[in-house]
Design a protein around this ligand. Structure first.
Ligand SMILES: C[S@@+](CC[C@H](N)C(=O)[O-])C[C@H]1O[C@@H](n2cnc3c(N)ncnc32)[C@H](O)[C@@H]1O
Length: 233
């Protein structure tokens, strides 16, 4: 009898090691950054509001994919929303991030953690997908691949939810500063000012979903919800 296939271990994408080694691949820095206070500061005090906006799209008992780790208490709060009957599946491409998440989710027996590249196709589907501040960190070809992979992994009736940066309104007092921060530290974030997330989806796949977008904090942030139409609709 053939042995069961071992899932392939993903390689760290080049953009991640080039731009974000300090933030995600260096355990000493990660330990310092992995707090709710840091996440709240980076998001100008909007972290809780943005998390709540994402979580409000899911219900207890659902099986939800979180395709990349998030610093602070994001995963445990999402696991609480799904409740004891629900299941949270967290994946990330960096082994140290998965290890940290495993510690944070120790009190949630139904949660699972695995290494996976969010851009790679999944071998199964979920009631929902919650993608929190990942797209702005990846180059354009990755944005296309991640959006396709996550939409593909969403069951009919389910939701793919993206919470991320957006182009701040012209009058936004933080606009000049954020543009400088993105240029210096987050070079792939600027594209989200000019491109709606729906444009990263293959058009024929995008048609299978109903799309809704809300913006927050003077347009600096957005939530995009893609709800998969029932089969045959
Ligand atoms: C989702 S973003 C969240 C950023 C946010 N600023 C925070 O508070 O954590 C960061 C995570 O994405 C992961 N990541 C980056 N590219 C990835 C990819 N292609 N597939 C899976 N995980 C990825 C990084 O390893 C890191 O753990």
């Amino acid at each position: 009898m053939a042995a069961p296939a071992t899932p392939a271990i993903p390689t760290i994408p080049e953009y991640l090691s080039k731009v974000y080694t300090w933030a995600y691949l260096t355990p000493a820095y990660s330990r310092f950054l992995d707090t709710s206070l840091v996440v709240s500061s980076i998001l100008w005090g909007n972290a809780n509001r943005l998390m709540r906006a994402g979580f409000s799209e899911f219900k207890p008992g659902q099986e939800v994919l979180q395709p990349a780790c998030v610093y602070g208490c994001f995963s445990s709060k999402l696991a609480e929303v799904l409740g004891p009957e629900g299941k949270l599946h967290v994946t990330d491409v960096a082994p140290n991030q998965i290890d940290a998440c495993r510690t944070k989710l120790a009190g949630f027996p139904t949660a699972t953690m695995n290494l996976a590249d969010a851009a790679d196709p999944r071998d199964r589907s979920y009631d929902g997908v919650c993608c929190f501040f990942l797209l702005h960190e990846v180059p354009e070809d990755y944005k296309h691949r991640i959006v396709k992979s996550l939409l593909d992994a969403t069951r009919p009736g389910g939701k793919t939810v993206f919470v991320d940066y957006h182009g701040p309104n012209r009058w936004h007092p933080l606009r000049p500063l954020m543009i400088q921060v993105w240029r210096l530290l987050e070079p792939y974030a600027l594209a989200l000012s000019d491109h709606d997330i729906i444009t990263y989806a293959p058009p024929d796949l995008a048609q299978d979903f109903v799309w809704r977008k809300e913006t927050y904090f003077g347009g600096l942030y957005q939530k995009v919800v893609a709800t998969r139409k029932p089969q045959g609709a």
